[in-house]
Structures are given as structure tokens and as C-alpha cells.
Design a protein around this ligand. Structure first.
Ligand code: HEC
Ligand code: HEC
Length: 350
């Protein structure tokens, strides 16, 4: 069928037909979701602020992914030569086989120095609007330059990083990943390639996502009770969006200590102890908790949040229900291989 859309009168029946088709198709899809053919009803209506975790991350205009770029980023993520000692890679603190964290209270970097903060997961960081516990960097590209240079992490200057990669045999991989550039091996491109790889570290398909999509059997009764508590008592006012967090900043002074969060960046009174609302995807697997990693269990973290953010004293049963709900945020982790790294023997250059 072919509709000529230039005249008003001919257009109208076409639109009507289209509307009818859409109505029938969507009704069909909805009723397919349970075998009985009737519309299933959600045991607890999920709050509209929640969003399904996308299974694809968008690229910024200046860093469109190609397989070559992702492969290079994959190698660089595992590359210990990007640290002064040659033994620390991104994967040391963000272990891709362990939910993207190191399970330490606070990260241990160059010279076995203990850093000030807990390592957050790299999984789904592609969807964060701001990076770091205090949200000081906006993008993965900007973020990736931080740890390579940080004294307590990998401790290299950009020049050292670039010359090490050149000596190690990376040039041809940079040429393949940035084919239009005269000088492809730059520190900027190191960060771009790593960010391109990080945009593949996603964990879609969590039971909670399936619930949001209408599969109401994806959560058990305990988890549904937890979802209800999470919504009714107000956790969702801060923890929302596709990551259940990461969107805004809130004061959290309960832990005390020297780390004043955004206050350290802006120096203003109102930013003292203000931190990014932590994203909760895979939170059951990313212990220990909070920016200083001082809380070992999810039960304790939930109880502290109730107490200090909502003035609510949950009983044990309620805590177990919320924890069960948080467990439903664990998605499907991709199998990430350990890449073979370029290791060219040193040769005399005349
Ligand atoms: C020594 C341990 C260590 C190493 C090595 C390390 N990181 Fe991190 N990473 C951390 C810590 C700790 C933070 C949080 C720092 C903060 O908030 O101030 C962090 C934050 C991040 C974040 C932000 C996530 C979020 O939730 O905001 C990303 C992304 C990340 N690192 C990626 C990388 C990449 C890529 C590399 C390699 C170039 C790397 N990291 C190397 C410990 C490490
Ligand atoms: C007023 C905003 C706000 C409310 C309400 C809130 N949170 Fe949080 N939540 C935060 C902030 C901010 C952090 C990060 C704290 C830090 O700096 O470590 C956080 C961290 C967490 C963490 C630790 C995550 C991690 O990776 O370390 C969990 C778990 C958590 N919240 C669960 C909850 C639950 C459950 C509720 C409801 C009982 C709740 N939150 C209510 C703001 C809030």
C-alpha cells in the first residue's frame, strides 16, 4: 500500500489506520506477556523515576566506537606499564571479573599507598552523568586521565605514559584505532580508547529490569516487599534513573573524617560532606560500601541510609526485604577476556 501524504483529505484516513494498527499491535504485545492472555497487573507499581538499564551506551560525537578502538582500550585497561612500578593496571582496582571493584575499603596504588577512597565499579559507568564519588569529572574520557597521573594510583606523566606505550609496541594499534590522525599515539587517545572499551562494560538484564518491562515473576515476594519499602520510604527520591543513583548530589556527613566530598572542590560551606548519590546497580556485589569503604555489609549500609537520610529505623525484616530488592539489581556481566598485550623486544635504533 502506498499513501500519498500531500493532501489533507487523503492523509486523514491513513493516519487513522496507522493509529488503529499501533493500538492493535501494542495490545497484542501487552497481552503476550502472560500466557493467559489477560493483562498482568504489577504486584507493586514501580515508581516512574526508575528506568530500565539500556543494553547499549551512546558514544560522544568525538569518540565513535570502532572494533579497533575498543580492542585497544581493552588492552590499555589491562596494561600495567601505565603505572610507574609496571604492576598496576586499571584492572588492579576495577577487577572486571569481580563486579569491577577490588573489594578493599580504600584503593591501594603505587608504592602500596592507600588512597583516600573506595574504588567504585567501572560497570555501567558509561551511563553516569558525573564520574567519581564527588562527581568532579563529567565524562569517561576526562576520568581516564586521572588515575594514570595520580600519585597514589599509577603515577605517570602523560609524556611517560605515551613513550612507554610507544616502546612497548603499541603504535600499530593506535594507528588502527585512530586511522585519520597523523599522530595517533597521544595521551588524549589513550583516554579515548579506554573510554570506548568502558562503554562495553554494561550489565543489562537484571531481574529488576525484567520487572520494569512487565515480567512480574522476575522478583520474588521478599524483593517486591523491598521495592515497596524502597519507594514508600523515599530512597527513590535520591536513588533513581537507570542506575538508581549517580544523578545528583546530597549531603552525607555520617561517616565524618577528612573527606568533605564536593566541599573539597568548591570550598563552599554548603558543599561540605556533599557526595554523589551512589549508583546502586550490582550493589550486592560491590562491597564494602560508601566512599571510604568503611561499611562491610549491605544490611548495615541500608540501615545507615534509613537512619541518616530518612530518619527511619528499619527493623531486621525490613532491612532484609530492602537488601533482597537491591540484590535484584544485579545484572548479567559480560565475559571479559584478558587480552594479549603487545610486548616487543627492545631493539637498537640507529
Ligand atoms: C589504585 C587503584 C585504582 C586504579 C589503578 C584505577 N582506579 Fe579508577 N578509581 C579508583 C578510585 C579509588 C576511584 C574513586 C576516586 C574518587 O572518587 O575520588 C576510581 C574511580 C573510577 C571511575 C569512576 C566511577 C564512578 O562511579 O564515578 C572510573 C570510570 C574509573 N575509576 C576507571 C579507571 C580506569 C579507566 C583506570 C585505568 C586508567 C583506573 N580507573 C585506575 C581506583 C583506581
Ligand atoms: C537524601 C538522598 C538519599 C536518600 C534518601 C537515600 N540515599 Fe542512599 N546514598 C546517598 C548518597 C549521597 C550516597 C553516597 C554516600 C557516600 O558518600 O558514600 C548513598 C549511598 C548508598 C549506598 C551505598 C552504595 C555504595 O556503593 O557504597 C546504599 C546501599 C544506599 N545508598 C541505599 C539507600 C537506601 C536503601 C535508601 C533508602 C532507605 C537510601 N539509600 C536513601 C543518598 C541517599
Amino acid at each position: 500500500m502506498y499513501y500519498y501524504l500531500s493532501s489533507e483529505t487523503r492523509n486523514r484516513p491513513a493516519m487513522l489506520l496507522l493509529a488503529l494498527i499501533i493500538l492493535f499491535v501494542s495490545f497484542g504485545l501487552l497481552s503476550c506477556q502472560n500466557e493467559g492472555g489477560e493483562m498482568a497487573e504489577a504486584p507493586v507499581e514501580a515508581h516512574p523515576l526508575f528506568e530500565v538499564l539500556p543494553d547499549e551506551a551512546e558514544d560522544p560525537e568525538d569518540n565513535i566506537r570502532t572494533p579497533e578502538r575498543v580492542d585497544l582500550g581493552h588492552m590499555l585497561f589491562f596494561e600495567p606499564k601505565l603505572s610507574r612500578s609496571g604492576i598496576i593496571s586499571c584492572n588492579t582496582c576495577h577487577v572486571v571479573g569481580a563486579a569491577g571493584v577490588d573489594h578493599r575499603e580504600r584503593a591501594i596504588g603505587e608504592g602500596a599507598q592507600v588512597g583516600p577512597r573506595n574504588s567504585p565499579t567501572v560497570y555501567n559507568a558509561a551511563f553516569l552523568k558525573t564520574q567519581f564519588w564527588d562527581g568532579r569529572e563529567p565524562t569517561l574520557e576526562a576520568q581516564a586521565k586521572g588515575p594514570i597521573q595520580a600519585h597514589v594510583e599509577m603515577d605517570l606523566t602523560p609524556e611517560e605514559a605515551v613513550s612507554r606505550l610507544e616502546e612497548t609496541g603499541y603504535m600499530r594499534y593506535f594507528e588502527a584505532a585512530f586511522p585519520d590522525e597523523e599522530e595517533p599515539l597521544t595521551f588524549d587517545n589513550v583516554a579515548k580508547a579506554i573510554a570506548a572499551f568502558e562503554r562495553t562494560l554494561l550489565t543489562p538484564g537484571a531481574p529488576f529490569d525484567r520487572y520494569l518491562e512487565g515480567d512480574y515473576d522476575a522478583l520474588d515476594d521478599q524483593q517486591i516487599a523491598g521495592l515497596k519499602l524502597f519507594q514508600d520510604s523515599g530512597c527513590v527520591s535520591c536513588h533513581n534513573g537507570p542506575l538508581l543513583g549517580g544523578n545528583n548530589f546530597m549531603q552525607f556527613s555520617h561517616l565524618g573524617g577528612e573527606d568533605v566530598g564536593r566541599g573539597g572542590l568548591t570550598g563552599t560551606e554548603e558543599d561540605q560532606f556533599v557526595f554523589r548519590v551512589a549508583p546502586l546497580r550490582n550493589v550486592a556485589k560491590t562491597f564494602p560500601y560508601f566512599h571510604d569503604g568503611s561499611v562491610p555489609t549491605l544490611e548495615e549500609a541500608v540501615s545507615i541510609m534509613g537512619d541518616y537520610q530518612l530518619a527511619r529505623n528499619y527493623n531486621e525484616q525490613e532491612i532484609d526485604q530492602i537488601v533482597a530488592f537491591l540484590e535484584s539489581l544485579t545484572g548479567e556481566f559480560p565475559l571479559v577476556s584478558h587480552p594479549s598485550l603487545p610486548r616487543e623486544p627492545q631493539r637498537d635504533r640507529n
